[in-house]
Design a binder for this molecule. Structure first.
Ligand code: ADP
Ligand code: ASP
Ligand code: MG
Length: 423
């Protein structure tokens, strides 16, 4: 007997027919004698539809009311899955975020899970009932509905798995694992048997949306075993217990897989892209101590995350241009904040551009190997792709390019690092 959390994403839950397929997968897991908790997303497209309603109702919407609206998509699918499981003869009930409760911070639209009351849930599961939990939603200390940020059902699933000490958290989605890059962009992308927490965290944070970044951080911290696998499987498909998907593993487990010859040690694990950033250039900023602090302090105070930053040493007149990126959703706010402080910062013009993309190459092998960056720069330049900014971490190199060149850049880099699957 094992205790398993199964999470199903939006595409898997899109409509009653697909929910029936999901119910059959859940029933099969429970029939193996396991205790099962299921975490579900809203139907594909539903959360976008609800977000649009909020924007139409009030462009400067109150995030607390936004959460009331957008959390509803998951309420629908959790009830529908419980009903479908009951129709298949299983004992099942839904547990909404406020009923468990899943306690979160008060940061509406991007709340963090703080704790989950698990005693009643565990008791129900031990009594043979399948627990169905809507992902994405929680309850703040002041008694209001919260949501965990887009893609947050992954984090709900990992948080539930940690709270009930599950043996495994299976993230069922519309691809059968984590690939070397988005398989919808590169047909020759390769499925990985395993990826380390550290690499997955970095890949998710630079745009590989297969797992929400926070879910990976939480899994790493709590030691939750996570598998990414497909819910679109046929009759004879191997069960999840055979680990047909991609396992997120510790460095030690990865070393063992390599030793056993089950994984190759790779320089580059994956390539990700992100089209959701925007570029801001401030021209003719005074080149003196404190100038950059004056720019970034107000953005930090407004919780606007700045990512790539370039500042050249001023060539003449003690002035320099400062370029950086912010999430596209925060661009208007960032611009307004900077305009307000024009006198203090002392820049000449603000130039903005939302038509940029960030392409990132991730791999722990980079820690000990030179030449990964130069391969990237050469491969892009051979195809005439201009690099507008560069940033690096220990296991990642990112470049900013024109958005129109995103797909080409991802393909070119996939080939340059020898990641293409052989036909
Ligand atoms: P869900 O609705 O199940 O949460 P998402 O759409 O959030 O699914 O995430 C799955 C998608 O992530 C896939 O359809 C795929 O296009 C995309 N994706 C991006 N990068 C990768 C990658 N490296 N491996 C697998 N899928 C990826
Ligand atoms: N439904 C939410 C979203 O679309 C949460 C999720 O699916 O993970 O962002
Ligand atoms: Mg998702």
């Amino acid at each position: 007997m094992a205790r398993i959390v199964m999470k199903f994403g939006g595409t898997s839950m899109a409509g009653t027919e697909r929910i029936r397929r999901v119910a059959n997968i859940v029933r099969a897991q429970a029939a193996r004698g396991d205790q099962v908790a299921v975490v579900v997303s809203a139907m594909a497209g539903e959360t976008d539809r609800l977000v649009n309603f909020c924007r139409e109702a009030n462009p400067l919407y109150d995030p607390a009311e936004y959460d009331v609206v957008v959390a509803s998509g998951e309420q629908v699918t959790s009830g529908l899955l419980a009903l479908t499981l009951q129709a298949l003869g299983c004992k099942a009930r839904s547990w909404l975020g406020w009923q468990l409760p899943i306690r979160t911070s008060e940061a509406h639209a991007k709340a963090r899970v703080e704790s989950i009351e698990s005693a009643a849930l565990i008791a129900a599961m031990e009594a043979g009932e399948i627990a169905v939990i809507p992902g994405f939603q929680g309850l703040s200390a002041d008694g209001r509905v919260t949501t965990l940020g887009r893609g947050g059902s992954d984090t709900s699933a990992v948080a539930v798995a940690a709270a009930i000490k599950a043996d495994r958290c299976d993230i069922y989605t519309d691809v059968d694992g984590v690939y070397t890059t988005d398989p919808r962009i590169v047909a020759k992308a390769k499925k990985q048997k395993a990826v380390t927490y550290e690499e997955m965290l970095e890949l998710a944070s630079v745009g590989a949306k297969v797992l929400q970044t926070r879910s990976v951080g939480l899994a790493m911290k709590e030691g939750v075993r996570v598998q990414v696998l497909s819910s679109f499987i046929g009759e004879g498909a191997p069960p999840a217990d055979d680990l047909p998907g991609t396992m997120i593993v510790s460095d030690e487990e990865m070393d063992e897989l390599v030793e056993k010859g089950l994984m190759e040690r790779q320089l580059v694990t994956g390539i990700a892209h992100d089209k959701n950033e925007a570029k801001i250039i401030l021209t003719r900023v005074p080149d003196r101590p404190g100038a950059v602090a004056n720019i970034f302090e107000p953005l930090a105070a407004a919780s606007i995350n700045v990512d790539m930053i370039i500042q050249n040493v001023g060539r003449d007149k003690g002035e320099t241009d400062v370029t950086f990126t912010v999430p596209q959703a925060d661009l208007a706010r960032a611009q307004a904040l900077l305009e307000d402080r024009r006198g203090e910062i002392g820049f000449n013009r603000i130039i903005t551009d939302s038509k940029i993309a960030k392409i990132s190459v991730v791999g722990v092998g980079m820690k000990s190997h030179a030449g990964v960056a130069s391969t990237m720069f050469r491969a892009l330049s051979d195809r005439g792709i201009n690099i507008q900014a560069i940033s690096t971490s220990e296991i990642k190199i990112s470049v900013m390019i024109d958005e129109d060149e995103t797909e080409l850049a991802v393909r070119v880099l996939h080939t340059a690092y020898g990641l293409d699957a052989k036909d």
